[in-house]
Design a binder for this molecule. Structure first.
Ligand code: F6R
Length: 260
């Protein structure tokens, strides 16, 4: 696990975007796992800039998103399909049939989740998975106590998560209580993991993820079991790490061949 602490969320997002861009250049047919929410927005803006200014080509890239609210259509203002469409897909040249999100309007969530897992398998698995993290340590919508072996399935959101996502729904009461999410077992199968966290509200979750025990109570701590993980932080999100100095020294002393 490599912990990269930079002076700002913008600097960390730009560096993480370079990692994604490198993957796309080296493997134009790569499969990316994507996250929604506030955290990856600056990274997506940087990918869009690279597409326009540097010709970064996404036409053979395939994407799978982590999660979606259950019970709303893809054109609902709160849906993750809409967020991804407006925030990223509309600005890149990924063919729309290569962008996969769980269908929140499905009447058969179990079949939808199984079909999603099959689509990931048929695509050859996910090469690089982007992750944000909740204040309680959730990744995707795997809330605390989610099985570390879980597959794509229905989950119930905690009150805290509904509150933090209330913005797009005009209040917590309107946030759907249920979601479809990749499982922790599904996420861990991606070849490379890139987790971003910004701001002090994420500091406890990051400290528990990086320096606490592996536990279903902090779902992101599962990343300690993965062999290829980078965690990009700003100062706020890193503020409760006991070994921050060591992570900074390690990053500063990287040999050139290991740099992003
Ligand atoms: C969303 C997702 C969630 C978010 C997390 C943090 O696809 O996977 O785990 O990453 O809720 O949300 P933000 O980034 O809005 O703080």
């Amino acid at each position: 696990m490599e912990v990269i602490i930079l002076e700002s969320a913008q600097a960390a997002s730009e560096l993480a975007a370079r990692l994604v861009a490198r993957r796309v250049r080296e493997l134009p047919e790569c499969t990316l796992g994507l996250a929604t929410g506030g955290t990856p927005k600056a990274l997506y803006a940087e990918l869009i800039r690279m597409h326009h200014d540097e010709g970064l080509d996404f036409k053979r890239v395939t994407t799978f998103n982590l999660d979606e609210y259950l019970g709303i259509p893809g054109d609902h203002p709160g849906s993750y399909r809409r967020e991804m469409q407006k925030g990223l897909f509309d600005h890149l040249n990924i063919p729309s049939d290569r962008t996969h999100l769980l269908d929140g309007s499905t009447h058969d969530p179990i079949a939808e989740c199984a079909a999603f897992e099959n689509r990931i398998q048929r695509a050859g698995g996910i090469d690089l998975q982007l992750l944000g993290i909740g204040g309680d340590g959730h990744i995707g919508f795997n809330e605390p106590t989610s099985s570390l072996a879980s597959r794509t399935r229905i989950k119930t959101l905690t009150r805290e998560t509904r509150m933090s996502h209330a913005g797009h729904f005009g209040g917590e009461a309107n946030v759907p209580p249920h979601v479809l999410t990749m499982g922790i077992g599904t996420i861990l199968e991606a070849e490379e993991q890139v987790l971003l966290a910004f701001g002090e509200s994420k500091a406890d979750a990051i400290a528990a993820t990086v320096e606490g025990p592996v536990t279903a109570y902090v779902p992101a701590s599962c990343l300690q079991m993965h062999k290829n993980v980078r965690i990009f932080l700003d100062e706020g999100a890193a503020s409760k790490l006991k070994r921050a100095r060591y992570y900074r020294e390690t990053f500063a002393g990287k040999p050139d061949w290991q740099r992003v």
